[in-house]
Design a protein around this ligand. Structure first.
Ligand code: SF4
Length: 623
């Protein structure tokens, strides 16, 4: 055994005693930490899967810290970043009794831009944001309690479009620059996937580091697709308009610049159209309009040049011109350009079809050691799909550390017979609510229904509202923020939660808060989405099978995420119902079932019996 592996093993086998019982040795965690220690010593690219309950954060933090090498940990969300920074790393530091510096760095849009904040004179910014902005020491928006007005924050946040960087008069107090300086000094830095991708393409943001740990690695591809592409929207004009309006420019030139900026915004709106929906968009067909917008933006930037107070809006205009030029010169091969409406506002996105190649060449290649980890990366026991999507085809090692939970004892899975066609939304919504109603009635709430489309969600919500189970509360996604809905669900066990999209991941409800999960369909990506369609076509034209190498593995990973909401600790128990008849009737159904946790398969009556036994045990009756 090598030195680092030995040190990591002895920490997990003996050192955890120092926690006074707060942390207990876990064989899978020790095995994972040892494997990561070996990976650090050997160098190279690794994929390690660790299911819920393994304790993967400590398993990668401890060997990384013990190695004494600079490390970057990237995770998927701001919440997970904060959890690592505020809980997991301080825990590791206390257990190791070691001094090392750690820091968290978020994307620039999470920090208050002092230049814009001062220029705004606070006039149009809600009072609670003004009060926070006047006293903050970090400028990190996540410090603000409640749910601050997102539109107001957007006006005073740091934005690469109009940031003046070293030319900024506020640079010595700039929160973003201070956070970046702290990040460069840290031995262990926590970032998120979006920042990892964008910062890797710029100099001097991330410290030179030897180890990169990508946690929640199954989400890196989406982040890369978003950050490595191009975006054009009318909203990009807001910092220009605010910047001019808030500047000290003479009244006459201010009025003229504002009028030009509004005209430019209208030109972008005309170019993008106003109708809702997502569809392919051809830069070639819109070449003349793109050229016109580009030159309008460049002219406005030139008109503002020379006025120091207008440097921000001028930079933003140059960014818009560059986005138009980028769209016009983008190679059609290997990219997908589409128009979508985001929160009702249209935008054009150009996305690489295979971000994995770029992830490898622009991010992973910067690190001698890359460890990608997550609870859900394998499909039927193979990492080929995830490795391919992340550009990790040349792996130096892989491993699956499983989960300590006894899924067959803790949960049952049923896929009822006689299910409707998955495309018969009306019938599916009826079936989904029948199951939701029956399970929640037996369990006294504690039921979550996950949907693959907003249509199915809304139809089922309609059914739920027309026959609400007595004494139970129905929570439907969209009726409040995700955070508030989860808080309500946590605080009121007599609730049934209906959710889609973001509720498939990152929902952690241990104990008896959640005891039944109903899933409407197998979560295949929508083949109607331009990006999915373009990726499918590229694979098929290359002689491959888009179903086997993209649609199916993607659905498996998503389904694993969804069912993973149910069992979060070794004492949790619950029922999973999947209402997609393809699970039992198709040849690929077996692969899907093999990829899921080993829930005990039962028929519908068995599922209801299990629900009754859970309710009985929970309420102190005879199970
Ligand atoms: S350096 Fe950029 S982010 Fe910082 S205050 Fe100046 S403009 Fe804002």
């Amino acid at each position: 055994m090598d030195g680092l592996e030995e040190a990591a093993a002895s920490f997990f086998e003996d050192g955890l005693q120092a926690s006074g019982g707060r942390f207990m040795p876990r064989p899978r965690q020790t095995a994972m930490a040892r494997r990561i220690a070996r990976a650090i010593e050997d160098g190279g690219r690794y994929i390690f899967e660790a299911g819920t309950g393994v304790g993967k954060s400590l398993a990668y933090l401890i060997p990384s810290i013990l190695s004494g090498r600079k490390t970057i940990v990237s995770t998927a969300t701001l919440t997970l970043q904060d959890q690592l920074f505020e809980k997991d790393i301080p825990d590791a530091a206390a257990l190791l009794s070691r001094t090392f510096g750690w820091a968290v760095l978020k994307g620039r849009g999470n920090y208050l831009c002092l230049r814009k904040w001062r220029a705004s004179h606070g006039s149009e910014i809600p009072e609670e944001i003004q009060a926070w902005a006047s006293g903050t020491l970090t400028g990190d928006f996540s410090e603000m309690p409640g749910e601050p007005d997102a539109a107001a924050l957007a006006r005073i946040r740091s934005d690469s479009l109009d940031c003046l960087g070293s030319a900024c008069p506020e640079r010595s107090s700039c929160f973003l620059l201070k956070a970046r300086a702290e990040a460069r000094r840290a031995d262990l830095l926590v970032v998120n996937h979006h920042l990892l991708i964008t910062a890797s393409q710029e100099e001097d943001i991330l410290p030179e580091s030897e180890i990169l740990v990508v946690d929640e690695a199954h989400r890196l591809e989406d982040a890369a697709a978003e950050c490595m592409g191009l975006t054009l929207s009318a909203g990009m004009m807001l910092p220009v308009i605010d910047g001019i309006a808030w500047s000290d420019a003479p009244v006459s030139s201010k009025a003229s610049h504002l009028s030009s900026a509004r005209e430019l915004m209208a030109s972008i709106e005309d170019l993008l159209g106003r109708e809702p929906g997502t569809a392919f968009w051809s830069p070639l067909e819109h070449g003349r309009e793109l050229e016109a917008v580009s030159s309008e933006a460049a002219s406005l930037a030139a008109a503002m040049a020379g006025d120091e107070g207008l440097a921000g809006p001028a930079a933003a205009c140059r960014g818009i011109a560059a986005a138009c030029d980028g769209l016009m010169t983008l190679p059609s091969e290997g990219n997908c350009v589409f128009r979508e409406t985001n929160g009702g506002r249209p935008r054009i996105r150009a996305v690489p079809l295979e971000p994995g190649r770029l992830i490898e060449s622009e991010v992973f290649s910067l690190f001698p050691v890359v460890v990608a980890t997550s609870a859900t990366m394998s499909v039927g026991g193979s990492f080929a799909y995830t490795a391919g999507r992340l550009g990790l085809e040349e792996l130096d090692g892989e491993g699956d550390f499983g989960s300590p939970f006894d899924y067959a004892d803790q949960a049952v899975l049923t896929c009822p017979p006689d299910l409707p066609d998955p495309d018969d939304h009306q019938a599916l919504a009826g079936t989904a609510w029948r199951w939701g109603e029956e399970l929640s009635s037996v369990l006294g709430g504690r039921t979550m229904l996950l949907f693959t489309s907003n249509r199915n969600l809304q139809m089922t919500a309609g059914n739920a509202r027309s026959s609400p189970p007595p004494g139970l509360r129905i929570l439907v996604q969209g009726e409040g923020s995700r955070r508030l809905m989860l808080e309500s669900f946590r605080e009121d066990p007599r609730a049934v939660l209906l959710g889609t999209a973001s509720f498939w991941e990152g929902v952690d409800l241990p104990g008896d808060i959640l005891q039944a999960l109903v899933i409407d369909r197998l979560p295949f990506p929508s083949p109607g989405h331009p990006l999915t369609a373009a990726r499918m076509r590229a694979i098929d034209e290359d002689g491959g099978s888009s179903f086997m190498s993209l649609m199916l593995p993607s659905a498996v990973i998503r389904l694993r995420q969804g069912v993973g909401r149910l069992i979060r600790s070794s004492t949790d128990r619950g029922v999973v119902v999947i209402l997609d008849r393809r699970l039992g009737a198709s040849s690929y159904g077996r692969l899907i079932l093999r990829s899921l946790p080993a829930f005990r398969p039962v028929d519908p009556a068995g599922a209801m019996d299990f629900a009754r036994s859970i309710a009985g045990a929970r309420d102190g009756g005879n199970p």
